[in-house]
Design a protein around this ligand. Sequence first.
Ligand code: SF4
Ligand code: F3S
Length: 104
Amino acid sequence: TYVVTENCIRCKFMDCVEVCPVDCFYAGDNFLVINPDECIDCGVCEPECPAEAIVPDSDDRAAAWAEINASYAAKWPNIIRKGTPPADAEEWKDKPNKKDLLSA
Ligand code: SF4
Ligand code: F3S
């Protein structure tokens, strides 16, 4: 499966949503997750993210985020269309240490 990681927080560009063939993204206020039970590992979303937030679960960056993706995918609503990203999304791109800013 693929995993959404920290870089997505407060960026939430949603380009990933538009390309997923199985619509397996789920949306919180400032972060998206992938449902690991639905993702077919196609990899199409990874290069679409301007924040480089999406990685395969084999990537070191995925480890801390796999469980977060699985648990929020069970709570948050499905999202299948790109909406309007946060007004300050570009400012949050590439900022480190955003994990505590995730709105659950
Ligand atoms: Fe969707 Fe493919 Fe990305 Fe999985 S890897 S979330 S199936 S686009
Ligand atoms: Fe987040 Fe990137 Fe998608 S910032 S919403 S994972 S395009």
